[in-house]
Design a protein around this ligand. Structure first.
Ligand code: 3HC
Length: 323
């Protein structure tokens, strides 16, 4: 099963209504589906799509912050950022492995990213212009990711949900270090406050876009919800995020770039304006501020690593010959 491509993975009884009914009863009982269990072909394909794109997001997500490791304002900040970027690499490996349990190979997934056939999160196509962006990414971007990933920790597919438990623990450190930096800069000198406000203004809306299209425009959601992969909707998670972040950021004297933002006493929600979905789809489809740079960097890293893959393959072959 491992290493086979999705098309090669045989589905016995995929159209068998009895098997599907048994599968859906397991989902309804809250059971975890494991790699060797029977699953509908579309369950497998949706998970491969989602988990591999999640892994791509973690790996590409190392680029915006990685650019600032050599320019951190102190040794402490450099060490923290180093640890965070290393964590993201580990999250990517974890998630690629979770996707491999569904029968797709690492090579296929990486090829899909490098050829543009697969997506990664919109958020990583924006530039990190100064150090205030690093705190903003930690608190807002990782905060949004935690909101989504905490939901995925309850996902019906065992390997994905277990990966989320470990990843969320590390993300919480990422979020806390970001929050500390935003608080420091927002209470700092006038120049620091100005830099912090500019970063929040630039990152607020792209972060809301991370949660995906509105539920009514989310083609994958119905199946993902039916089979327990998603247990909350894109809009529900987005609303929770705004409810959590808006008061905290405004309490620091920061202004959010949304004139429609207002608290609704009756619902207890912070109502907010409409997302620029043209920008969202432009970025998702590859025409964002830094999509080309991010993909060029990933392709170069892959090419530069070719000799390592060849050396490992040669070593494995030699070992096999010796055994
Ligand atoms: N960025 C890029 N593409 C997106 C997107 C986003 N923010 N939101 C949606 N899309 C794409 C979907 O991939 C889908 O395209 P596809 O069918 O070709 O894959 C299309 O837009 C329609 O969207 P749907 O709502 O139907 O798609 P989903 O139901 O998959 O919802 C999602 C999108 C909420 C991102 C969901 O896929 C998900 O929860 N994924 C797992 C979590 C994840 O990938 N998070 C990314 C961030 S990881 C991160 O931030 C790292 C951290 O360390 C900072």
């Amino acid at each position: 099963m491992y290493g086979a491509s999705v098309d090669e993975v045989k589905q016995d009884g995929a159209e068998d209504p009895q098997k599907l009914a048994e599968f859906e009863a397991r989902i309804a009982r809250g059971e975890k589906i494991e790699p060797g269990d029977w699953m509908p072909a579309d369950y497998r394909k949706q998970l491969i799509r989602m988990i591999s794109q999640h892994a791509h997001s973690e790996i590409v997500g190392m680029l915006p912050e990685g650019a600032w490791i050599t320019r951190a304002p102190s040794l402490k900040r450099k060490l923290i950022l180093l640890a965070k970027v290393q964590d993201e690499a580990g999250h990517g490996q974890y998630l690629y492995h979770a996707a491999e349990t569904l029968g797709i190979s690492r090579e296929e997934m990486v090829d899909m990213l490098l050829t543009g056939a697969a997506k990664y999160s919109n958020i990583f196509n924006y530039p990190t212009l100064n150090w205030a962006d690093i705190g903003t990414i930690g608190w807002l971007v990782d905060g949004a990711a935690i909101m989504n990933q905490t939901m995925l920790a309850r996902c019906s597919y065992g390997p994905y949900s277990r990966a989320m438990v470990r990843i969320c623990m590390e993300e919480n450190f990422h979020k806390k270090q970001g929050q500390e930096q935003v608080i420091l800069l927002s209470q700092g000198t006038p120049e620091q406050r100005k830099m912090m406000q500019d970063a929040i203004t630039r990152w607020w809306w792209p972060t809301l876009m991370m949660f995906g299209p509105h539920d009514t425009d989310s083609p994958n959601s119905p199946l993902l919800v039916r089979w327990g992969i998603k247990t909350r909707s894109n809009d529900e998670l987005r609303q929770d995020f705004v409810n959590q972040m808006a008061p905290d950021l405004m309490a620091l004297g920061l202004t959010l770039p949304d004139p429609d933002l207002k608290y609704n006493e009756a619902s207890g929600n912070w109502e907010f304006g409409e997302i620029d979905w043209d920008e969202f789809w432009r970025v998702v489809k590859g025409d964002g501020p830094l999509n080309a740079d991010r993909m060029a960097a990933r392709r170069k890293a892959h090419e530069d690593g070719q000799w390592v893959r060849e050396a490992l393959a040669a070593y494995a072959e030699k070992q096999q010959a010796l055994n």
